[in-house]
Design a protein around this ligand. Structure first.
Ligand SMILES: [Zn+2]
Length: 316
């Protein structure tokens, strides 16, 4: 056994996945990139994740002062909720944000209200606590294809809508990786089988946009990466098949929404259809776990995806 924390995965090219332990183990990853003694985080998890991120630095003998960037793919709180608190421990770091995301980290009031509407006030307080703002002078606001040097290693920010209108992904040509945030779906390692990786889109409220979600997949694949680093959960490599699966499942989720659009008890009907969908697709994928295991793992996504699809139905 190594001395690594549970859920930590070491990759080549100075890349590490750190389990933020947000919601449950192996749900939410922060990625650390180390180059020439300098470091950057991609997504941070929540406030409760910050000690794990700092412990990962310390295991690598990296001083918090040597962290140059905190890349926030978007400001949903499972990605950026802990960023303000983390920045307090990183004296030289700048947070890197999409122009539509930056205002929400400078003044998180709207972000907090939005998340309270999604999770409920009590659950929000338990899971996210006090969101620490980031001062404007510590934020780099990007353009599309903006390039940033981490000790000479060029990292490129690429706009991707579909999941959120303030989302970007980070392309690292050195490792041929794209850090995809939520723009290339979710792929939990528990669902890996002999048939490989299992992936599906996240249609979280309030900006799910099917045509843009399809475009995001094509734009990411167009970078010709060899691996994608998903926030939920870390590396996937079967990119051609996974891109096909993503395109198909974006359409499948839209079909579920349309099929129930006029139903009474629309939310419950959509939940049922989503659970059935996951059950069937995972069975076809060779997942041997029980119905309860499937339910436990996908429950949060069934809830959030349904919310986002209903918002989309109501605002087309
Ligand atoms: Zn998100």
């Amino acid at each position: 056994m190594s001395n690594e924390a549970p859920g930590t995965i070491e990759f080549t090219d100075g890349i590490t996945a750190i389990d933020t332990d947000h919601i449950r183990p192996l749900f939410d990853a922060s990625h650390l990139i180390v180059e020439g003694g300098r470091a950057a985080f991609v997504d941070t998890g929540a406030n409760s994740s910050v000690p794990r991120l700092l412990a990962a630095l310390s295991r690598k003998n990296i001083d918090p002062a040597d962290v140059d960037y905190v890349f926030l793919t978007h400001v949903h709180l499972d990605h950026a909720g802990g960023a303000g608190l983390l920045m307090q421990a990183l004296p030289n770091a700048k947070a890197v944000l999409h122009p539509r995301g930056a205002p929400h980290m400078i003044d998180p009031a709207k972000l907090i209200r939005g998340a309270q509407a999604v999770y409920g006030e009590q659950k929000f307080a338990e899971e996210y606590g006090d969101i620490v703002p980031i001062s404007a002078e510590r934020i780099i606001v990007i353009d599309d294809e903006y390039e940033i040097s981490l000790s000479g290693r060029i990292l490129q920010c690429i706009y991707t809508e579909g999941h959120a209108r303030h989302h970007y992904v980070l392309y690292d040509s050195q490792s041929k990786s794209v850090f995809t945030g939520d723009s290339f779906g979710l792929s939990y390692r528990e669902f890996d089988t002999a048939k490989g990786e299992f992936i599906y889109p996240t249609t979280t409220p309030v900006h799910f946009d099917p045509p843009e979600a399809h475009k995001a997949i094509d734009r990411i694949i167009g970078l010709q990466p060899e691996q994608l680093m998903l926030t939920h959960y870390s590396r996937v490599t079967e990119l051609t098949r996974l891109a096909d699966d993503m395109h198909k499942r974006i359409d499948d989720f839209v079909d579920i929404a349309r099929r129930h659009a006029k139903d009474e008890l629309r939310t419950e009907k959509m939940h049922q259809s989503m659970y059935t969908y996951f059950h069937d697709e995972l069975a076809a994928h060779g997942f041997a776990g029980s119905t309860e295991q499937v339910h436990d793992i996908v429950e949060i996504d069934v809830m959030l995806n349904t919310m986002g699809l209903e918002y989309w139905l109501d605002h087309q």
